[in-house]
Design a protein around this ligand. Structure first.
Ligand SMILES: Cc1cc2nc3c(=O)[nH]c(=O)nc-3n(C[C@H](O)[C@H](O)[C@H](O)COP(=O)(O)O)c2cc1C
Ligand code: PXP
Length: 277
């Protein structure tokens, strides 16, 4: 069964009909993900990124403004049909996440989290969604980070799942609160050792002298916990849960006449509304 035809998903996908233009350019094949845990160990020779991007000459031709202006994609993979939408936005979210996983969207659980600082300035950055249930969307971070300071000042967040390959976007807004220490500890214990050491070693969002000082901090942390398998949860690290109050689903359509459906939480239920694209 085509995942988009799932009745609970409220979305449709079908072949292009006669007379429709083909996409401007065929999509390149998606990269093959290495198996989990296949990354080289911390401190080993980095991937070719640094050599290729930072040490080589700049590309002969930078994209011109005109070329940028021509970059666009014509959407038309699916549609959102109100009569088929589930009453609970999390049901639809799960369907869309499953679709993104099935299509091997890279990092399908990556989401942009926007926060507002005490000074009213917004900030946004990518984090990974690590838990989801009726209570909300969970991510983990350093409680001394800039985003944590923002959430201390304004405990509300906006999330964006940018599933471009699916021609889909999901937006979520709601209050954000720290998860329990037990929940953070359970998640922390599930992380690879090197990431647990990294959490201890990195004063996230602080200015540091140079790369070497970070590497030194990591090496000192590794030494401090040498032989200890159960590296404990730092008290400055843990999760946030964003309780969805508004969830908007966006499906790209032709002519920029996209489908947008917004769910708004009421005392006992959800209201759905269609928004203009
Ligand atoms: C794909 C991706 C996933 C990331 N996941 C996380 C995450 O789950 N938690 C986190 O603290 N930072 C994560 N980061 C790093 C953040 O984007 C950000 O650089 C860091 O949290 C510091 O943000 P802040 O200074 O605004 O607090 C991720 C970055 C990328 C590109
Ligand atoms: C700094 C940082 N903390 C936490 C995470 C969350 O992911 P994980 O728990 O899988 O390392 C990431 C993911 O890139 C990250 O970069």
């Amino acid at each position: 069964m085509d995942a988009h035809d799932d009745e609970t998903g409220g979305t449709r996908r079908g072949p292009r009909t006669a007379g429709e233009e083909p996409p401007v350019r065929p999509e390149p094949p998606l990269g093959v993900e290495p198996p989990l845990g296949a990354e080289p160990p911390f401190g080993s020779e980095p991937a070719s990124f640094e050599r290729e991007v930072h040490r080589s000459a700049p590309p002969a031709q930078l994209p011109s403004a005109a070329r940028l202006a021509e970059l666009r994609r014509r959407y038309g993979r699916g549609e959102l049909v109100e009569s088929e939408l589930p009453g609970d936005p999390l049901v639809l979210f799960h369907t869309w996440l499953a679709d993104a996983l099935a299509e091997k969207v890279p990092e399908p659980n990556a989401m942009v989290v926007a926060t507002v600082g005490a000074d009213g300035v917004p900030s946004a950055r990518t984090v990974l969604l690590k838990g989801l249930d009726e209570r909300g969307f969970v991510f983990y971070t350093n409680y001394g980070s800039a985003k944590a300071a923002d959430l201390d000042a304004h405990p509300k967040a906006a999330l964006v799942f940018p599933w471009h390959a699916m021609e889909r976007q999901v937006r979520v807004t709601g209050p954000a609160a720290r998860v329990s220490r037990e929940e953070s500890a359970a998640y922390f214990a599930s992380r690879p050792l090197e990431s647990r050491l990294g959490a201890w070693a990195s004063p996230q969002s602080q200015v540091v002298a140079d790369r070497e000082s970070l590497d030194r901090a990591y090496a000192e942390t590794a030494e401090r916990f040498a032989g200890i398998e159960d590296v404990p949860l730092p008290d400055f690290w843990g999760g946030y849960r964003v309780r969805p109050e508004v969830v908007e689903f966006w499906q790209g359509r032709q002519g920029r006449m996209h489908d947008r459906v917004r769910y708004r939480r009421t005392d006992e239920d959800w209201i759905t509304e269609r928004l203009a694209p």
